[in-house]
Design a binder for this molecule. Structure first.
Ligand SMILES: [Zn+2]
Length: 250
């Protein structure tokens, strides 16, 4: 039980679920490139050993997905106040309280936070998008459900303008006076891929039910550039699918 608790605490730390008490230990500093890059994450600290596990994320989402009668998550998001806007050195993360939940196979996962990766972590048929938004939810037992939304170069995104306006330019956090309707992240089409995987950052815990929408939303080149300048290359390379099923849901 202690082991599980530690794993979840480590996951919580990586996700910024707690700002203190779960701080990364000395020597476990990780990056997206170089000696502390993804190829070495599992060697950086004992608690990162899951990073060489068999059910890792992200993966390439390709035509191999099984058609299924399984449905996309039931989404019950609502407009809510932002509790914290955080630049954690790896990404821009927005925490919100009371922003709703999603339900997958009868299990409720409460919304915690969303954050960004530039370029996308999952690839679709080998194609990498300029960005991917991750909307992170957690069930009572600690397991996570993350909804991934691809961002394509295109029309300006109003929500992104608001977010850029409160994004700390260097590591730190603010408590902006703003509300976000998470539904504004949804693409118009509900085709999605579902599979079981992991956190895409150390400790890479294999506790995540992933849903990644196939259709992207858009942001303007100028908006994408703001994120890319602050967080260039913040994605983990795709991992082997191994024996996992990827389901196409709608
Ligand atoms: Zn992420």
């Amino acid at each position: 039980m202690k082991g599980l608790f530690q794993t979840l605490c480590a996951a919580a730390g990586a996700l910024g679920l707690a700002s203190s008490g779960f701080a990364a230990t000395e020597g476990s500093h990780w990056e997206y490139e170089g000696a502390h890059g993804p190829d070495h994450w599992s060697e950086l600290a004992p608690e990162f050993s899951s990073c060489r596990g068999g059910e890792q994320s992200p993966i390439d989402l390709n035509g191999q997905a099984l058609p299924s009668e399984v449905h996309a998550p039931a989404i019950y998001w609502k407009n809510a106040r932002v509790s914290k806007a955080i630049n954690n050195g790896h990404t821009f993360q927005v925490n919100m309280d009371d922003a709703g939940k999603i339900v997958i196979d009868g299990v409720s996962y409460t919304f915690l936070q969303f954050h960004f990766h530039s370029g996308s972590e999952h690839t679709l048929h080998g194609r990498r998008f300029p960005m991917e938004v991750h909307l992170v939810h957690q069930a009572d037992d600690g397991r996570l459900a993350v909804v991934g939304v691809m961002v394509e170069r295109g029309e300006r995104n109003e929500l992104f303008d608001q977010l850029i306006g409160v994004m700390p330019g260097s590591a730190g956090e603010v408590t902006p006076v703003m509300s976000v309707d998470l539904n504004d992240f949804l693409p118009g089409d509900w085709e999605a891929y579902r599979y079981e995987g992991s956190l895409t950052t150390p400790p890479c815990s294999e506790v995540v039910s992933w849903t990644v929408f196939e259709k992207p939303i858009t942001a303007s080149p100028e908006q994408l550039a703001v994120f890319e300048t602050l967080f260039p290359h913040s994605y983990r390379p795709v991992q082997p699918q191994n024996r996992r099923y990827v389901l196409k849901v709608h």
